[in-house]
Design a protein around this ligand. Sequence first.
Ligand SMILES: [Ca+2]
Length: 76
Amino acid sequence: MKYILGILIILAAVLMFMYWYAGYSSRSGFAIDENQNNVPDSWEAKMGWLFKARNFILLFLGILIGYTLSFVFQEI
Ligand SMILES: [Ca+2]
């Protein structure tokens, strides 16, 4: 379970960095963002679903992390 927890935390960290970087790069203007949604349009073409489902993905990851955490603390 610790292994799964580690993977989930790394995944959440990578996703949050990606969402932050998407906003940062489009706000600062070095990525093209014509529809003004703070996601570079080249990223949206490739993986727009990842940004549309952003809140759901983060909520789901949070629940999974909480669930695995409870197992890890039961093992001690
Ligand atoms: Ca965009």
